[in-house]
Write a protein that binds this ligand. Sequence first.
Ligand code: GDP
Ligand code: IMO
Ligand code: MG
Length: 428
Amino acid sequence: MKIDVILGLQWGDEGKGKIVDYLATQYDIVARFQGGPNAGHTLKFDGKKYVLHTVPSGIFRPNLMNLIGNGVVIDPITLKKEIQNLEAANVNYHDRLLVAKKAHLILPTHRYLDAASEASKGKDKIGSTLKGIGPTYMDKTGRNGLRVGDIFHESFHSRYEALKEKHLKLAKIYGDIEFDLKAEEEAWFESLATLRSLKAVDGEWYINNALKSGKKILAEGAQGSMLDIDYGTYPFVTSSNTITAGVCTGLGVAPHKIGEVIGITKAYCTRVGGGPFPTELTGDVGEKLRKEGMEFGATTGRPRRCGWIDLPQLKYTIMLNGVTQLVITKIDILNIFETIQAGTQYLINGEQTDQLPYDVCVEEIKPVWEPIKGWHSNLNDVSSFEELPTEAKEFIQFVERHLEVPVTMISNGPERKSLIVKELEAVS
Ligand code: GDP
Ligand code: IMO
Ligand code: MG
C-alpha cells in the first residue's frame, strides 16, 4: 500500500481539517507529519465546531487510528486541552490516539524564547503564533531537544532542567518580556500525565508495518507549502518542511511509498502574519473577502490578509509537492462577486513570468490579472458539479487548465456535508 497525503498549497488555513475529516472514513489511519500547535484545523459537523491543533483530524470518525508523527512538535499543555475537548464531546479517543516516541517536546521556555525573539525583531517580526515552534525545531536540529520517549526515563527531569537553563541564558540576548515561567512550568509538568497516558509508539515501525499489512493511511499536513522552511517565503515561514517530502521524514516512509497527493487551495488566497503576498488586496475587496470568508485565525484569532487566487504561486507548490489532485475550498465566499480576478503571471522589473523569483521578499511583484465572470448566486444547495452555475464550473475549469491538475473536490461551506465530490474514484 501507499500513503496518501493531504496538504495546503498556499500559506495555511486552506481547509485541511475539513477535508481530512471528510476523507478519513476511507482510511484506517490518519497521521500528522509535521508542525505543531501553530496549526488550527477546523471541523464543523452537526452544527458544532471543533478546532484541532496537534490531534489528527481523523479523530472524530469512529474506528480509525490517529498518529501524531515524529515530525510533529508537541506542547503537552495544548494536547491536554485538546483531549479535554474530545472528552467533553464524548469522543472515544484513548485507544485511537498514538504518539510517536521521536516527536519533540515544546517546553515552556521554547515559547518564552519565541516570544522574546519576536518582540526583539520589532517591525520585522515574522508574525509567529508564539507557540514555541521555531525554538523547538532549532533544538531538534541542534541536537538538544527532548522527545516524547524521554518522558519515561529517570533522567528526564535533569535533562529538562539543563535545557531550561540553556534557554534562560539564551533569552538574555533578547529584551525582557512578560512570562510567568513558574506557572507555565507547573501546568506543563501537570499535563505530562496526559501525554504519558497515551500510547507512545515507534512511529516509523507502526506506519511501515501498517502499510505492509494493507492498511490505508492518510498523512495530514499542517501550515501550507508557502510556509515551508526551504521553499516558502523565507524568512517569513514556519520551521518545518510542510511539503510532501516532509511526509517521508515526518513519518519515516520512503518516497516510493507516497501515493495520491491531494493539494488544497482556497478559491482565493489568505495569509496570516508578515511576509510577501503578491495577490494581496488591501482595499475594499480584501476587506469583503475577509468579512465574507470570516478570515480570522483558528489558533490566534488574528485577521487574515486576503487576496485573489495566485496561479504562479500554486504552480510552484504543485510542482514541489507532486500534487495529483486538487481540492478547491471556500468557493461559496466568491458568491458575492460579479467579477473574480485570478493572478495568472507576475510582472517583475517590466518582465512577465510565472516563476517565483529567488527573493520574493525583495522583488516588487505585480500580478497580471485575468477577470472571470462571477456566478453571483448562492451555492448552499449545490451537491454535484453538474448543479453548479455555468460560471462556477468555468472558474474551476479555468483553474484546472492553468494548473494542469484535476480538481476532485469543491468545498461550498464549512460543514462536513458541504462538499462537491467530482472524481472520488481517483483517490487510491
Ligand atoms: P486548516 O488550517 O487548513 O484546517 O483551515 P482552518 O480551519 O484554519 O481555516 C479554514 C476555515 O474555513 C475554517 O473556519 C473552516 O470552518 C472554514 N471552511 C472550510 N471550508 C469552507 C468552505 O468551503 N466554505 C466556507 N465558507 N468555509 C469553509
Ligand atoms: P494551519 O495548519 C496559517 C504562520 C504564522 C507566521 C508563520 C510562522 O492551521 O494551516 P510559527 O508559529 O510557525 O513560528 O509562525 O507561519 N503559520 C500559519 N499560518 N496557518 C497555519 O497553520 C500556520 N502555522 C503557522 O502566522 O506567519
Ligand atoms: Mg488553520
